[in-house]
Design a protein around this ligand. Sequence first.
Ligand SMILES: Cc1ncc(COP(=O)(O)O)c(C=O)c1O
Length: 368
Amino acid sequence: MAADQISFARGAPSLDIVDVEGLKAAAVAAFDADPAGVTAYGTSVGYLPLREWLANRHGVSPDEILITNGSMQAGAFLFDSIVSSGTPVVVERPTYDRTLLGLKRRGAHIHTVDLDSQGIIVEQLEDLIASGVKPALVHVIPNFHNPAGCTLPLDRRTRLVELAREHGFVLFEDDPYRDVRFEGEPLPTMLDIDRDMPGEGGVVIHASSFTKTVCPGVRVGWLAGPTSLIGPIRNLATGTYIAPGMVAQGLVNEFILSGAFDRSVASVSKALGERVATLVDSLRRELPTAEFVVPKGGYFLWLRLPGADGVELAKVAANQGVAIVPGADFMDEGGEEYIRLAYSAANVAEIEEGVTRLARAARELGVG
Ligand SMILES: Cc1ncc(COP(=O)(O)O)c(C=O)c1O
């Protein structure tokens, strides 16, 4: 393995796009502004000023917000409150690998629905339901999907909310990439759609975090959704840790108040947009048979290399000094010809060199 390994494997920001100075200043400001609040246990739902900001952002009441130590924890609480051995759930194929693992660990009966270039194929979900499957939970990553990079159009979002209402399942909107956008306008969340649609709703629970816009180390994520779903999770959270880390939440709150959050969203999005442009140019030059949709936001490019075995390619690529994740990691079966390339952890120069190494690995295997 080369000493100067380049990582296309890590879905985390490189240090140069983390506002370390802004975070330091926000930490000081948090202790100055609210020493009692940030040093106390707090409550399981999280730090009130930050909950109020999030509530305002989602157009819900603070009672409908529960802050967690990262959105993975939010998902874990939701699974613990809904999923047990044999519970029917639906996930996308491919999906976030940790979602798949978390559901398997809880013994869920997992059904999968394929994605096309725009996201989950809703007709396939309808067919599954028509065949007699009664999911308790449907997990969807609507924006700049991990790993597939796609974004779900409005009509499909609306139809999913309608289906959740009709068939009584919880629609889990797992949405950490929404703000990392290189072009276009944001679409309404399914939480928004459910709230604005006439009739009885309360079927969507939305999860997100500051991981992809500020940094993973703050470990601040949240759930936004109806109190009927948040209530039981509140009790689970109390029994797990009494409260999520108040110092981190106070810091994030001050980071937002100072304007650093908006600046960070803009600078991360700009940097990642530049990286995608380099990645796409390099791939077209070095791996002309590779097929992919150019991401319009987020952290990932999902690449099909006809004839490739992604697991083998990952091994040979590691020896050439570049880390990638095989597509098979993101689904129960299939995905052999796919790999996921994260462009968040490597800078522009590293991306060019990383693709050269990847192409060398592909040639070694007779593909690309
Ligand atoms: C779709 C999705 N959900 C949840 C997470 C968890 O992120 P965090 O716990 O850092 O908020 C990730 C991280 O990569 C992700 O891609």
